[in-house]
Design a protein. Structure first.
Length: 799
């Protein structure tokens, strides 16, 4: 049987009613019938008609009586009693009146209306009073108030902005000056306006920075406000404002950044506590602001590098801003070496070590040296050294000296590459032996893994893990460092960084593998044999060789005779001029040669070096003299064989001393004495005089000529640094000379001269209060006698 058809309208109605019963939709109410409102007549309808029809036809149709009535109504004001006025647009309503109403009721209302309306006054009807006689209506007259001025919206906006931001920069004066272009502006007004605006910027920067330091978590939005100031575009303010903001933000970040890295994993499914969520939001905002600030500084610093084909000369303020940005980046790297983006800072700053400007190189050099000295983990040090290796290799060793010299500041003392290699071989042998003999089961492997984890935790509690990781990093640093040095020695022996590379090899020679010692000595000997090295580079080669031989290479069969000759020959090159700082290198080498290896040096060689040290002590500054004398004192204390140089009897020696011979074995130093000590006992420095007297008396331990304890315990290098006059400080301080006033009675009278010319000059000098006599310049014969003798000779010749 077929189902009856249901219309679509009925189905929709059923569905809608069902949804209404379920409460999913609201029931539609029936639409209210709208009453048809008649259209309002046009306001200006009567006026338009009056414009078209000037009233001529109506005037003709009215009678004379009606005209008189209209004139009277207009003059009396009763014309308004006709219900609708011309300006009333509302439809007229029917008025119903009682048949017994007074005929003059309309007139009464009109009179009441006109009495209530007066100029600039309004009547306010009050509640009536009910009495026995009836209702008493009350009214109150009030003056018409003028329209109140609408408050300026701009002022409200300014107040809102001031409430949001503590301070706003006032630019009204600048706008006035821009609008009044016809009026000339003096330079003083421009400077005053700039100072005023700049003071407002300083105040706002100070308020935002101090608020950020007081409460970083709640005032973290101040970072964005400060970063907006870095976009200042006005040419008279932009560089100054950018410098102020950069310095302020640098100091703020140095204080508020944590010492750990911020690492967040966005996982929206994990619910966090309110405090944890607030802390994470703060860290994200802080990290974002720090990243934007580093990006701005990088942009400012990029102007220091010229691109290929760029011939535009940068202005001085732009370059100064770039240098300041580099300084800020360096301070952030030094303060927060382990925070986020530290590796990025290293990648950014390292290429500026090879910049053409010495000021830029100095900024980055000081930054890297500070990082090397303060790094406790070794990780950031390894990153910097690897970056320098890449830079030197990419530019084919044609770099400035600072690129290689900065690695001399590395604090590496206990790294032994031989020990590391032995440990690796031992571990490898142990693993192979373990794999062969002890094939552990699965359970045993799990147990050994747990034991390793337990040992690691125990090491962490004893801080041994940190030491091991640091040792591992420093070992990698040494490998990269010697890769740089050996590549320079092999591929670029004529480059300008060779001297620095040799100095680095000499400083870290104790860390070189033992298998490289023989090859290193041969390479250095070959470099010195070429004759192209300067005396400073030769000194570094000698220092490297003796550093190798005094350490693990002591057992090597290497004869350092030729290096003794190189050292002895180059000692005369050190003087009190430009090469005076090289005396430190000489003192380090002689400390190794004469003190640490005193048992391996012959007597003639020892006497020759001691004599030459005393010679150079008289041609350097007082701190260099003290360093040399301190070294001589220490050599004399080690053995009594050198005291024969204090004997002035030269008949004991084998021949005549030859100070110009470059061979210390054959110069006959035993036939001379330390004559320089007599000159040093009259030195201008009191400590040098005291030291020379002490050595001349054979360095006594006690007695009259002993040294003070604080000076006696210093070696030559320490004495050189302690009395260094480079800081314009004389130690001990120079006493001011006492002023001597001559009494006039004691002053001797001037001696009169017999010659009239000299007597005249002497009178002139006496009148100027100078006691000078020329009598000592002449013998009995005066100028006049000489002239007379010449005249007699001329007469004799003529006759």
């Amino acid at each position: 049987m077929k189902k009856p058809k249901v219309s679509k309208l009925k189905r929709s109605t059923i569905k809608q009613n069902k949804l209404v019963r379920q409460g999913k939709i609201k029931k539609k109410t029936s639409k209210s019938t709208k009453k048809h409102k008649p259209k309002h007549p046009n306001k200006n309808h009567v006026k338009d008609q009056s414009k078209n029809d000037n009233g001529d036809s109506l005037f003709k149709m009215t009678n004379s009586d009606n005209l008189d009535f209209l004139r009277k109504a207009v003059s009396d004001g009763t014309l308004l009693s006709n219900g609708n006025t011309y300006n009333d647009t509302r439809p007229a309503k029917k008025q119903y009146s009682k048949p017994d109403d007074n005929e003059n009721i309309e007139g009464d209302y009109e009179k009441e209306y006109f009495t209530t309306v007066s100029d600039k006054k309004t009547v306010r009807h009050l509640l009536p009073l009910k009495t026995s006689k009836g209702l008493i209506r009350r009214t109150l007259e009030e003056d018409i108030k003028e329209e109140e001025e609408i408050p300026d919206q701009n002022l409200e906006d300014e107040e809102m902005n001031e409430s949001e931001d503590d301070f706003q920069i006032d630019t009204t004066d600048t706008n006035i000056q821009e609008n009044n272009l016809d009026k000339p502006i003096s330079t003083a007004e421009i400077i005053a306006l700039r100072e005023q605006t700049l003071s407002q910027y300083k105040l706002r920067i100070g308020v935002l920075s101090s608020g950020l330091l007081e409460d970083p978590q709640n005032k973290v939005k101040n970072i964005a406000l400060l970063l907006e100031m870095l976009n200042e575009y006005r040419p008279e303010l932009q560089y100054t404002v950018k410098k102020l903001v950069a310095l302020s933000l640098t100091e703020v970040f140095k204080d508020i950044l944590p010492s750990y890295q911020i690492k967040h994993q966005d996982n929206p499914s994990v619910k966090l506590k309110k405090d944890t969520k607030h802390l994470q939001d703060y860290e994200k905002s802080l990290l974002k602001g720090y990243r934007l600030f580093l990006t701005k500084l990088e942009k400012f610093a990029k102007v220091l590098y010229k691109k290929k084909g760029d011939t535009i000369k940068k202005s001085e303020p732009v370059l100064r801003l770039g240098e300041l940005s580099l300084k800020c980046l360096g301070e952030l790297l030094v303060t927060h070496q382990y925070f986020n983006y530290s590796v990025n800072l290293v990648q950014l700053l390292t290429p500026y070590l090879d910049h053409s400007s010495p000021a830029v190189r100095k900024i980055v050099y000081d930054t890297v040296v500070s990082v090397f000295k303060s790094d406790k983990k070794g990780e950031i040090t390894l990153t910097i050294v690897r970056r320098i290796n890449h830079l030197v290799k990419a530019r084919s060793h044609t770099v400035h000296n600072e690129v290689v010299a900065v690695m001399l500041a590395l604090r590496i003392k206990d790294v032994n590459l031989d020990r590391e290699k032995e440990l690796e071989l031992k571990q490898k042998k142990f693993m192979t032996y373990k794999q062969k003999l002890l094939r552990m089961s699965k359970r045993e492997r799990k147990r050994s893994k747990k034991l390793e984890e337990l040992e690691k935790e125990l090491l962490e509690t004893k801080a041994e893990e940190n030491k091991q990781s640091k040792q591992k990093y420093l070992t990698e640093v040494m490998k990269v460092l010697f890769t740089i040095y050996f590549r320079i020695l092999k591929k670029a022996p004529s480059s300008k960084v060779l001297s620095t590379a040799l100095e680095g090899v000499a400083k870290f020679a104790h860390c070189i593998n033992l298998e490289f010692y023989q090859d290193m000595v041969n390479v250095l000997d070959g470099l010195m044999a070429t004759g192209t090295l300067k005396y400073r580079e030769q000194l570094h080669c000698v220092e490297t060789v003796f550093a190798i031989l005094s350490g693990h290479g002591d057992a090597l069969n290497i004869d350092p005779l030729r290096f003794y000759t190189h050292l002895y020959r180059n000692l005369y090159c050190v003087q009190a001029g430009k090469s005076h700082d090289d005396i430190q290198i000489v003192l380090r080498i002689l400390e190794t040669v004469l003190v640490q290896r005193h048992k391996r040096i012959t007597l003639q060689r020892l006497l020759a070096f001691t004599k030459r040290i005393s010679i150079i002590s008289s041609q350097v500054l007082h701190n260099g003299s003290l360093g040399c004398l301190g070294l001589i004192k220490r050599v004399m204390q080690l053995g009594k064989t050198v005291d024969q140089l204090l004997d002035v009897d030269t008949s004991v020696g084998q021949g005549i001393y030859n100070p110009e011979l470059d061979e210390p074995e054959h110069c006959n130093a035993s036939s001379t004495a330390l004559w320089e000590l007599t000159a040093l006992q009259r030195h201008y420095h009191p400590t040098v005089r005291m030291f020379a007297q002490h050595i001349a008396m054979n360095a006594p331990v006690n007695g009259k000529h002993t040294l003070p304890a604080e000076i006696a315990k210093m070696n030559g290098i320490e004495l050189f640094k302690e009395f260094d006059p480079s800081n314009v400080v004389f130690k001990p301080s120079v006493t001011t000379p006492s002023t001597i006033v001559m009494d006039a009675k004691i002053r001797p009278p001037p001696v009169r001269c017999n010659d009239p010319c000299l007597a005249y000059l002497e009178d002139k000098i006496v009148n100027t209060k100078m006691n000078t006599s020329f009598k000592c310049l002449y013998k009995k014969s005066s100028i006049s006698s000489v002239v007379k003798s010449k005249k007699k000779k001329m007469k004799h010749k003529t006759t």
